[in-house]
Structure formats: structure tokens, C-alpha cells
Ligand binder design. Structure first.
Ligand SMILES: C[S@@+](CC[C@H](N)C(=O)[O-])C[C@H]1O[C@@H](n2cnc3c(N)ncnc32)[C@H](O)[C@@H]1O
Length: 258
């Protein structure tokens, strides 16, 4: 169960926003009244509290807090700006102006980097099936103010949709995106991906089905790209024969050119 509340220092706007969000999520708004979040969660027997701040939404989960921050994307974009490469963009063979469907948006680091890659004439649509992750990221992309113009422009060019990728893919015409991208929760998590651990509690953990890959191949004009642990058997199971990423890289990208 989820409850929605605010930070302690409130004003009418913040309360109204929290009430709207609670109504949108079809859940309870709880006035904060200087109470601690754990007390509120206990009282309502909730495992998640969504805390509304003026410029941020914070998810208070049993394993810690989660909020949108473009830090990983920031590091990768900086590297690209200094002439470096990005293994994901290389695997996708991203070109300016492309339209990319990111089927597994999560906290949007990959989507922001893809968006930087396609530039202002391109477009990213990001699908996230979990309504809380989707909401926090959608708001975060809108309200987070980075000092870097490139990063802000990349964040602005992502459309977030709270939908399951299979149902979305099935509704798209053939060749309607240049690239379709999947980064599902890894079957075997990498030990050093601890920063994903609160995400694990909310994220949809189902494996990608062969049907979803078939749909992606129909919807993609150029290629389907799939990210996994480099030793994963998922590449073979789903028919990815071309594998990109360094020999010793912990993460690989499977590519199907269509
Ligand atoms: C590993 S995370 C993606 C991380 C993301 N690439 C990033 O850079 O932050 C996988 C995300 O895909 C979402 N997901 C899993 N199955 C999905 C589905 N069928 N439709 C839409 N989203 C899905 C999960 O809820 C999770 O948030």
C-alpha cells in the first residue's frame, strides 16, 4: 500500500499537489503534521510513502529512499562531450534525428543518453510499467534543473508513458521507431549495481518474452537492442547473435538488425 504526503514545511500549493497525486494514484493523502515518515507508514500499514517536495518526488521504500537524479546520465554525456564513446549508443548506432522507443525506462539514465544522441530533432518515448517509478521520473525530468544545457535539452525530449511494453508494441504500426531498446531487470544482478537496490522493490522483474522481441522487430525500422549481464543466457534465449560491448565489460548489448 502507498500513501502520499508532503515534506514538513508545507504551503497550500504543495498540499494541493500531493492531494492531486494521491487521487491520480487512487490512494490516500495523509497530512504530514510534523510527523516522521516511518510513523505515518506504520499508522496506515503502508510499505511505500510518496513524499511531495516542491521540486522533487521522493519514494520512501523499506530499503531506502529513491528520487530522480540524472547523475549517471550526466557522467556519460560529459564523456561524450569530451569526445569519448558510449557503448549503448555504439550498439544502437544512434544518429541525429532518430526516434527511439525505450521499453524499460526505469530511472531514465539510458533514455537521457539516447536523447542526447538523437539531438533536438530526434525523440525518445520511454515506457515504464510501474506507476510510481513512472510518475517520479516523469516529474523529475520536468522539474530537475541541471546546470548543463545539453542535459536539460536531453531530459526535455523524453516522453514518459506508464504502460507495459508488450501492449504498447502491439498497438504500434510497423517500422514506427528507428530503434527499440530493452534494459530489463537482469536475471542475475551485478554485485556492484547496489544503487539499483531500492528500484528492485518496485520494478517489474519479469523476463522479456520472445513475443515482445518479435513485436519489437516489427516496430523497429533498423534494430532492436537488448542490455544484459555479459554472461547472461538471455541473449541466446531471445535470439540475439550479435553482441556488442568490450570483451571484459560486465554489461553487453545484444543487437538484432531488422
Ligand atoms: C533495469 S531498469 C531500467 C533502467 C534504465 N535503463 C535506466 O537507465 O535507468 C528496468 C525497468 O523496466 C521496467 N519494466 C520491466 N518490465 C516492463 C514492462 N513489461 N513494461 C514496461 N516497463 C517494464 C521495470 O519496472 C524497471 O523500472
Amino acid at each position: 500500500m502507498v500513501v502520499v504526503t508532503t515534506i514538513r514545511k508545507v504551503n497550500d500549493d504543495l498540499i494541493m499537489r500531493a492531494q492531486k497525486i494521491a487521487a491520480f494514484l487512487n490512494t490516500k493523502y495523509v497530512p504530514r503534521r510534523k510527523e516522521g515518515i516511518s510513523k505515518i507508514k506504520e499508522r496506515y500499514n503502508a510499505d511505500v510513502a510518496l513524499v511531495v517536495k516542491s521540486n522533487q518526488l521522493i519514494l520512501d521504500l523499506p530499503e531506502g529512499e529513491m528520487f530522480f537524479h540524472p547523475n549517471m546520465a550526466q557522467v556519460r554525456i560529459k564523456r561524450l562531450r569530451y569526445g569519448g564513446n558510449d557503448n549503448m549508443l555504439d550498439a544502437m548506432q544512434v544518429k541525429k534525428g532518430m526516434k527511439i522507443l525505450d521499453c524499460t525506462l526505469g530511472f531514465a539514465a539510458d533514455a537521457i543518453v539516447s536523447s542526447y544522441g538523437v539531438g533536438e530533432n530526434g525523440k525518445i518515448v520511454g515506457l515504464e510499467v510501474n506507476p510510481l517509478i513512472s510518475l517520479v521520473v516523469k516529474e523529475g525530468l520536468k522539474t530537475y534543473l541541471p546546470t548543463n544545457y545539453d542535459l536539460k535539452a536531453a531530459m526535455n525530449n523524453i516522453e514518459v508513458i506508464n504502460q507495459d511494453y508488450l501492449s504498447f508494441l502491439k498497438a504500434q504500426p510497423d517500422n514506427s521507431f528507428d530503434i527499440v531498446y530493452f534494459d530489463p531487470m537482469f536475471r542475475h544482478a551485478l554485485l556492484d549495481s547496489k544503487n539499483l537496490s531500492p528500484l528492485r522493490q518496485l520494478a517489474d522483474n519479469r523476463p522479456v518474452s520472445p513475443e515482445a522481441i518479435e513485436q519489437a522487430k516489427r516496430v523497429a525500422k533498423y534494430r532492436v537492442v537488448f542490455k544484459e549481464n555479459s554472461r547472461s543466457l538471455e541473449f541466446a534465449r531471445l535470439g540475439f547473435e550479435k553482441i556488442c560491448g568490450g570483451k571484459y565489460a560486465p554489461i553487453h548489448y545484444g543487437v538484432i538488425d531488422v
